[in-house]
Design a binder for this molecule. Structure first.
Ligand SMILES: *[C@@H]1O[C@H](CO)[C@@H](O)[C@H](O)[C@H]1NC(C)=O
Length: 121
């Protein structure tokens, strides 16, 4: 049984191949992550829609960052607060287009909207 316990060379080669495959797909995942996107409010969206979006998003995720004293409280306007809240929702439930729709009042962007101490995740 001593020789049978040793893995055959072909099995070793196969494992090596699997390992390589893992590394290769890992690279692909990292590349995909480099294309990170964020969800913001359309500048043209009306205030009613924005407030509805804040209420919806903040009913699902914690929006303490846009509360007074939070890092994203300023500027204190609906577009900015809605964007932060909508992006939190998008980041929390998966960056899928359907999580950044908000009745067509949202926009997926490819540049990080973070500013000052306010981080968009
Ligand atoms: C967010 O909250 C709404 C209303 O409570 C609910 O219908 C919806 O399923 C929630 N979304 C997620 C992704 O949990």
């Amino acid at each position: 049984m001593a020789s049978g316990a040793r893995p055959s060379p072909s099995l070793l080669l196969f494992s090596l191949g699997l390992l390589l495959l893992c590394f290769t797909s890992g690279t692909t995942v990292r590349l995909a992550e480099a294309q990170k996107t964020w969800c913001v409010a359309k500048p043209s969206a009306d205030e009613k829609a924005l407030i509805a979006n804040i209420n919806y998003a903040c009913g699902n995720v914690s929006c303490s960052v846009i509360q007074p004293g939070g890092p994203c409280y300023k500027p204190d306007n609906p577009v900015s607060h809605a964007a932060v809240a909508m992006n939190l929702y998008y980041a929390t439930y998966g960056r899928h287009p359907w999580n950044c729709d908000f009745q067509k009042s949202a926009l997926i962007v490819q540049s990080d909207p973070s500013y000052g101490s306010c981080t968009y995740y």
